[in-house]
Write a protein that binds this ligand. Structure first.
Ligand SMILES: Cc1cc2nc3c(=O)[nH]c(=O)nc-3n(C[C@H](O)[C@H](O)[C@H](O)COP(=O)(O)OP(=O)(O)OC[C@H]3O[C@@H](n4cnc5c(N)ncnc54)[C@H](O)[C@@H]3O)c2cc1C
Length: 383
């Protein structure tokens, strides 16, 4: 193993600033990177730079693209040590968790050389242009079209629920390139610079007053042919592969919240005479260990060769539902203080609880995940 757990533990103890060892209280504490990014604190900058120097912004990517070249097992050691001290991820982005893996699998050498290092360095922030007003769960119904104009595509259409489109520099996008072919067979996967003339975004304001989502519009947007990832009309293969990574990422989203240390701490704080809450903490612990065991088993299977494929739907379903239960529990533990939305008595508890509701929708709903598990993993009849 190229990674030494003791060395990593010592390195983290020495190099991770104390301020970066606290749970994030919301988006404002997350380091997203991008052309317009400004670090929120000197500690955030320092932590990012120290991790960058070791390839830890993208630990499993090859060194030539800015990674540390770690295997999944080795990266698990790093993540476990980071969780142990509550270290925040040095950089978070859809480039890391979604586009990067897809480019590593489907990108040309030129595309990898252009985009992967800029993701690892936190220079470019990506957003995801999949969903459309008429294409959510039934994604293959998407209608944004790209016409062949010789050296470029001309893109017209609309996306919706594009998280952080107004803050992103580039978008990876599904477009229809063939209207005669069967739905899935006429889709292509393209990369579009958001600064291209004709791209515009409109934030969707939510009841909370915040607007993490946008509508994204394409009006006669010229996209160079070199920005096509994978084969023309076969973007569905790229899209599905990317979704397995997105689902794995969402499934693991709450792993920091109730790792064994946090659970021990929570259990110690709960009054011994509160049997219901104690039982719920124990239940969450057992569910977390069971989820983690399944995740590790899949990880081992992938490490021996092969892809996660439809198993990502099971992880996504279980992880999303588990995360929602854990946030319910965090609300119960916080008691009345958890109801504070502003102020800092229990920062982030209510926001985290509300945000967790989206886990079972984003990246494919829980109902659709169960559908995939039934058909693809359990081989149950379709109708
Ligand atoms: C927090 C969050 C972030 C998101 N970020 C992005 C983003 O960055 N980019 C992007 O492109 N999209 C994004 N989305 C959109 C997301 O991918 C879609 O919301 C999701 O795919 C569901 O599509 P829909 O909203 O159109 O719901 P619908 O597909 O209309 O579904 C409505 C309901 O019907 C159910 N349903 C639909 N089909 C079936 C079926 N076959 N069997 C059983 N039940 C079914 C669903 O489970 C759901 O309960 C995000 C969503 C959320 C919540």
């Amino acid at each position: 193993m190229a990674i030494d757990a003791h060395e990593i533990r010592n390195w983290l103890e020495a190099e991770c600033p104390v301020e970066m060892r606290a749970a994030t209280r919301g988006d404002e504490d997350v380091c997203w990177g991008g052309r317009r990014w400004a670090f929120q604190s000197p500690a955030q900058k320092l932590w990012f730079e120290r991790c960058l120097a070791r390839g830890f912004t993208v630990p499993t990517w090859p060194r030539e693209y800015g990674g540390a070249g770690l295997s999944r097992d080795e990266a698990d050691v790093l993540y476990a040590e980071m969780r142990r001290i509550g270290a925040r991820p040095p950089l978070t982005s859809f480039g890391i968790s979604m586009l990067g893996p897809a480019l590593l699998a489907f990108g040309t050498p030129a595309q990898k050389a252009e985009h992967l290092p800029r993701i690892a360095l936190g220079q470019i922030r990506w957003c995801q242009g999949y969903s459309e007003p008429g294409a959510g769960s039934d994604l293959a119904s998407l209608a944004t079209r790209a016409e062949d104009k010789g050296d470029h595509f001309l893109v017209n259409g609309q996306k919706i629920w594009t998280s952080y489109a107004d803050k992103a520099d580039w978008i990876f996008c599904l477009v229809r390139t063939n209207r005669d072919a069967k739905k899935q067979l006429g889709i292509s996967f393209v990369l579009i610079d958001m600064a291209t003339p004709g791209v515009s975004t409109r934030p969707i304001v939510l009841i909370s007053g915040k607007s993490p989502f946008c509508e994204t519009f394409f009006d006669d947007v010229a996209v160079p042919k070199g920005n096509l990832v994978g084969k023309l009309d076969r973007g569905w293969d790229v899209a599905k592969y990317l979704l397995t990574h997105e689902r794995e990422m969402i499934a693991g989203g709450g792993s920091n919240l109730f790792d064994s240390h946090a659970l021990d701490k929570a259990a110690a704080q709960v009054r011994p005479k509160d049997p219901i809450l104690r039982a719920k903490i124990a239940e969450a612990a057992v569910d977390t260990y069971a989820f983690d065991a399944t995740r590790r088993r899949y990880s081992d299977e992938v490490a021996r060769g092969g892809e996660l494929g439809a198993r990502s739907a099971l992880l996504k379903y279980d992880g999303a539902e588990l995360n929602k239960r854990r946030h319910e529990l965090a609300m119960s533990l916080a008691g009345a203080d958890g109801l504070y939305f502003d102020g800092n008595r229990e920062p982030g508890v209510a926001e985290g609880w509300l945000r967790s509701k989206g886990n079972s929708i984003e990246g494919g709903t829980s109902e659709v995940m169960l559908d995939i598990v039934a058909k693809r993993l359990l081989d149950l009849p379709a109708d």
